[in-house]
Design a protein around this ligand. Structure first.
Ligand SMILES: *Cc1c(COP(=O)(O)O)cnc(C)c1O
Length: 391
């Protein structure tokens, strides 16, 4: 849990330009007061139930379990409206923004999943929405760009630098500085200045809140032995770990993207390659050169292609509460094809990394393992089709 200044141990805090202080302080002062009020919780829970389709099932994967010789349960975030866990957070933040009197929403997106989840809740509430996206990503992720536009969102290209996620983030921050009064910035993972990592983790914590009673119902006990989740910024992992963080017997496994190999120079394995520094407003582990320039990350999966990691995960990994595993593009692809064939579920490429990690971790035959199935693979079909020879 964070301290008063938003730190998990030595990681976190709020490193922001002077001009952003009013916006960030307003959020820091109000996010808990608002999100813990009965009136907020009622509307949040109602929307999660009737609009998102929660609770998401906890599914015992029989054939996958037989294959690995253990007991594997899948937390089905892929069945949520818009196809991933990201909507849990955007519903929470749009309700906060309304209560702060905001009339305009901005966000940034890489693969477009967070952009779609943000565009969706803005349409739901009738609020103006602008999503910044690198021009390279706009070309690569055309279907998600069309979805956002159909939902009434303006997609603004970021044309500077490498024209990808970090450039879109810079544009969004610039917009927020220029519109401090009426605009809320919806960040899509447990990254950014305090209070974002804590606020997003709380909205995603519904994942493990449901796991507690679902496991009890199906296995007789609330606690699994191991929870496995992929980590880009770390929001689906934060949600899946949340209610188990203080239960030391539950092992937490964080799976990162190793791209072409951890030490290949084309990787996003931040917990191995990262060093302490500040990125997007918080002190955490990030991939940087000796003089502090960000190293461009690489992963086949756009949702894991991030040079940093949320401060909560930097803390969990460096204190050895969580185990980090790195999975290559190739192993993730194989795991996706395998899951499709053995369970009839096509996972998102991000999520496929979590499944590949089942080959790398130690477990016993009586263990209960929960894998957070963060999203579905429709958006990745183009990539999968190119790799049909991996079967
Ligand atoms: C965005 C995304 C991720 C990575 O983000 P986290 O904040 O680390 O959860 C993982 N899985 C899916 C399906 C995503 O869309």
């Amino acid at each position: 849990m964070i301290d008063r200044r938003g730190y998990y141990g030595e990681f976190g805090g709020a490193f922001i330009p002077e001009m952003l202080h009013p916006n960030v302080e307003e959020l820091q002062r109000n996010y808990l007061k608002i999100s813990e009020s009965e009136e907020f919780k009622k509307e949040f829970n109602q929307l999660l139930k009737d609009y998102v389709g929660r609770p998401s099932p906890l599914y015992f994967a029989k054939r996958l379990s037989e294959h690995y010789g253990t007991n594997i349960y899948l937390k089905r975030e892929d069945l949520n409206h818009t196809g991933a866990h990201k909507i849990n957070n955007t519903i929470g933040q749009i309700l906060i923004a309304q209560r702060l009197g905001k009339k305009r929403i901005i966000a940034e997106t890489g693969a477009g999943q967070h952009g779609v989840a943000t565009a969706t809740v803005c349409a739901l509430m009738g609020i103006e929405c602008i999503v910044y996206m690198g021009s390279v990503d706009i070309e690569r992720q055309a279907p998600n760009v069309s979805r956002m536009r159909m939902l009434g969102t303006e997609v603004r290209p970021a044309t500077s630098g490498s024209q990808t996620l970090k450039d879109a983030t810079n544009e969004a921050i610039r917009d927020w500085i220029n519109n401090p009064e009426d605009t809320h910035y919806i960040i899509g993972s447990v990254v950014g200045p305090h209070p974002y990592p804590d606020m997003v983790a709380r909205f995603q914590s519904v994942i493990s809140e449901e796991m507690l009673w679902q496991l009890k119902e199906q296995t007789g006990k609330e606690d699994p032995d191991i929870i496995v989740a992929c980590v880009g910024g770390g929001s689906n992992a934060a949600g899946a770990y949340y209610h188990y963080l203080n239960k030391k017997d539950v092992r937490l496994v964080a799976v990162e993207a190793a791209g072409l190999g951890v030490h290949s120079g084309e990787s996003a394995a931040t917990s191995v390659l990262g060093t302490k520094g500040v990125i997007h407003g918080s002190r955490t582990l990030l991939m940087q050169t000796d003089d502090g320039q960000i190293i461009e990350p690489y992963s086949i999966s756009a949702g894991l292609d991030y040079p940093g990691i949320g401060p909560m995960h930097a803390h969990l990994i460096s204190t050895e509460r969580a185990e980090a595993v790195s999975v290559t593009d190739e192993d993730a692809l194989k795991a996706a094809f395998f899951l499709a064939r053995i369970e009839g579920i096509i996972p998102a490429l991000e999520t496929a990394h979590a499944f590949a990690a089942l080959d790398d971790i130690e477990y016993g035959k009586d263990d209960v393992i929960v894998v957070c199935l963060s999203g579905r693979g429709d958006k990745d079909l183009g990539t999968y089709i190119k790799h049909f020879d991996k079967i």
